[in-house]
Design a protein. Sequence first.
Length: 136
Amino acid sequence: AMEQRHARGYGIFQTMGGFAPTMGIIGTVMGLVHVLSSLKDPDSLGPAIAVAFLATLYGVATANLLWLPLHNKLKLRSKEEVAEKQLIIEGVLGIQAGENPRMLREKLLVHLPPQARATEQKAAAVGARAMAPGGE
């Protein structure tokens, strides 16, 4: 359910990223139609055409600089949250099943990325030394 809710949220940004260039093209076509209606003034054609093409630029720019990066970031955050919740569930089920805490910890560490795993192992080593008799 959570994954579907997240997919709807970040899917909106993907859809917007798909439609933005199309809207830019529509704006350009409308601008060019306006330019063609004023062919009597040749001096204004160049600037008017340039303004018409700005719509395409804005559409492509917003798609690639705003909507699609937002989609990708939210999708990544969603995957991270799902993985975190699955890890919590696995830990709770292990505790409920009466697994040895050290074995459970090692089992759960496997699911962490290498950098996070190394950080966690260092923190555990410092904690173990502090808890030992005569520790820091």
